[in-house]
Design a protein around this ligand. Structure first.
Ligand code: NAD
Ligand code: MG
Length: 395
């Protein structure tokens, strides 16, 4: 029986994970559920899964949840980030699903790495901001790192396993990272000026949380995923080609030196990569409908439009700079939040990122404190830019 900690249990990744877990009660048990402050959803999940620990990062939410679950003595309700860091390293956890969104997911994921757990990594922001530190923690802790992000999961599936259990990159010429292009694919920059958060969050193929949905619409997500692939598969950015594939059926490809290209295909349903990571190296039923390739009919591929979606170009530059992706990701989080609350326009998101990359002194963070300091600096710079835009628009 594998004991699984689901971080971000109330989110899109968390709920998909718990769906797969509930299909295999003989193999998996959710022993720890963690979320931010959604008390209603957490109560429902705790009653259904009866974890040993339920962690809310918000103290008020934690007190409210404890109150609601007072009849369930088997579930201990715990509060705060430090408690979560300790619990993911506990003996009651074998696998950790890193499904918290944003930089907030870094600390518990690092803790899981140091404790040598099997990490099912969905949270790409943590890896992108603290890649060197994180990969070192995985190595030193002897952790197993499995990518949940559909593209990186596809790459993992198309690579042989070396004797050390890691993906064997020996004969790989290029990784082909696919992108759906998001809901605004094909639009010009001027046609993006008035798009709303609801339109940006309406992804054509995937159902996901708001932040990653906006990232998919701006192509910032593909920039984050480029950095993610570099860390996970020890590649330089020029060894990765980005291709837009609007149907989201081919989830990525590996091109080998003999000209062979291996691809992983499947429905756009995160339960497939989650089930792959839960069962690896075995396979289990994920509850996903079989892919009907005849009904799908066509698979199209095109180059990304970097003029309409400059976030990807900014990421391609930032990835070559020390600490660049930490600053990119922090500025993007601030900008996306401001767009979702309708303080800035969609086309201001890349402007916030660009201004932040110009303002903050870029340097490679060599400790968790340094990563946090750089992330903070970037957030402050991005927030200042957002505030000045607000003043300008009002004035
Ligand atoms: P979501 O918004 O649906 O859920 C986020 C979860 O994180 C929630 O459970 C929330 O309570 C929790 N959370 C937020 N802030 C927190 C904090 N400060 N402390 C503790 N918990 C906190 O997001 P999602 O779509 O599930 O995405 C989660 C992560 O997985 C993101 O990093 C995203 O990029 C990545 N990812 C998601 C998908 C997808 O299909 N949804 C695909 C690939 C990668
Ligand atoms: Mg992805």
């Amino acid at each position: 029986m594998r004991q699984v900690a689901v971080l971000g249990a109330t989110g899109s990744i968390g709920m998909s994970t718990l769906d797969v877990i509930s299909r295999h009660p003989d193999r998996y048990r959710a022993t720890l559920l963690a979320a931010h402050r959604s008390v209603d959803e957490m109560e429902t999940l705790c009653r259904a899964h009866q974890p040993l620990h339920a962690v809310m990062s918000d103290p008020g939410a934690s007190a409210a949840l404890a109150d609601r679950l007072s009849d369930l003595s088997a579930v201990a309700v715990v509060s705060g980030a430090e408690a979560l860091d300790a619990l993911v390293a506990d003996d009651t956890v074998d696998s950790v699903v890193a499904g918290i969104v944003g930089f907030a997911g870094l600390r518990p994921t690092l803790s899981a790495a140091r404790a040598g757990k099997t990490i099912l990594l969905a949270n790409k922001e943590a890896l992108v901001s603290a890649g060197g530190l994180f990969m070192e923690a995985v190595r030193q802790g002897g952790a197993t790192l499995l990518p949940v992000d559909s593209e990186h999961n596809a790459m993992h599936q198309c690579l042989p396993v070396a004797s050390d259990g890691l993906p064997d990159m020996t004969d790989v010429e290029k990784i082909v990272l696919t992108a759906s292009g998001g809901p605004f694919r094909g639009r010009s920059r001027s046609a993006l000026e008035a798009v709303t958060p609801a339109e940006a969050c309406a992804h054509p193929n995937w159902s996901m949380g708001q932040k990653i949905s906006v990232d998919s619409a701006t192509l910032a997500n593909k920039g984050l995923e480029l950095a993610e692939a570099c860390w996970l598969f020890d590649r330089r950015p020029d060894q990765i080609e980005i291709v837009v594939h609007p149907q989201s059926i081919v989830h990525s490809m590996i091109r080998y030196r003999d000209g062979s290209v291996l691809a992983q295909l499947g429905q756009p349903d995160m339960r497939t990569p989650i089930a792959y990571c839960l069962a690896w190296p075995e396979r289990v039923d994920a509850g996903v409908a079989p892919l009907d390739i005849v009904a799908a009919g066509r698979l199209d591929f095109e180059a990304p439009d970097l003029d309409a979606f400059p976030c990807l170009r900014l990421a391609q530059w930032a990835i070559t700079q020390p600490g660049g992706m930490c600053v990119f990701s922090a500025a993007n989080e601030v900008a996306v939040a401001a767009f979702l609350s309708e303080d800035i326009r969609f086309i201001d998101i890349d402007r916030v990122i660009e201004a932040t990359l110009k303002e903050v002194d870029l340097l490679e963070p060599d400790s968790l404190d340094a990563v946090q300091a750089l992330d903070n600096k970037a957030r402050e710079a991005a927030a200042r830019y957002v505030a000045s835009e607000l003043t300008r628009l009002k004035g």
